[in-house]
Ligand binder design. Structure first.
Ligand SMILES: O=P(O)(O)OC[C@H]1O[C@H](OP(=O)(O)OP(=O)(O)O)[C@H](O)[C@@H]1O
Ligand SMILES: Nc1nc2[nH]cnc2c(=O)[nH]1
Length: 181
């Protein structure tokens, strides 16, 4: 285990189990619909690539980069900025927004409103993690991998100051890691 990690919250085994279950559910729901999976960079990249191995139907994907947290800031600003937009039209498409984590809900709330203006036929959300204790915007998350308590997590795509995204599990950092920065 990485020496900066205090505790593993979601193990590799639990990650694989969640992805298998979610992939099966999405395969059933979207059969015959050629859904467009929209990966919200950067955190959700690892999750989406694992998830779609279990989605056994024709589908497409695209990437969008939005940002509300930056650098050493582990709290939300409520201000969501589009850094890179989609290349694919959403008009008439069954869209699945793929997120790594829903925390305050600000990012998702903003994205859903934006995608509605782009005339998507349907919009559903799959998030690997859900942290309901910190919700400010009430958003409906259709598919959830794992619910976690109120803690700032890293790994499996998620960063602290751009580090730890490559860890194959989700964990909590030791307090001294923050103090050292
Ligand atoms: O529910 P919220 O409070 O809005 O938080 C969730 C968002 O925060 C994270 O992204 P972040 O801005 O950290 O960017 P990153 O994915 O590039 O690390 C995560 O990927 C979500 O998009
Ligand atoms: N890395 C990381 N990004 C987040 N964005 C919203 N919540 C979190 C979190 O717990 N960890």
């Amino acid at each position: 285990m990485n020496s900066d990690i205090e505790k593993v919250l979601v193990s590799e085994k639990e990650i694989n189990e969640a992805n298998e279950r979610l992939g099966k559910d999405l395969t059933e729901e979207y059969s015959g619909k050629n859904p467009l999976f929209v990966c919200i960079l950067r955190g959700a990249a690892m999750f989406m690539m694992d998830l779609i191995r279990h989605v056994d139907i024709p589908m497409e994907y695209d990437f969008m980069d939005v940002s509300s947290y930056g650098g050493e800031n582990t709290d939300t600003t409520g201000d969501v900025k589009i850094v890179k937009d989609l290349d694919t039209s959403l008009k008439g498409r069954d869209v699945v927004i793929v997120e790594d984590i829903i925390d305050t809900g600000f990012t998702l709330d903003r994205l859903i409103k934006l995608f509605e203006t782009r005339e998507a036929k349907s919009i559903k959300i799959v998030s690997f993690l859900d942290k309901p204790a910190r919700r400010i915007k009430q958003v409906h998350v259709d598919y959830i991998g794992v619910q976690i308590p109120d803690a700032f997590v890293v790994g499996y795509g998620m960063d602290y100051n751009e580090h730890y995204r490559n860890l194959p599990y989700v964990g909590v950092l030791k307090p001294e890691v923050y103090n050292a920065k």
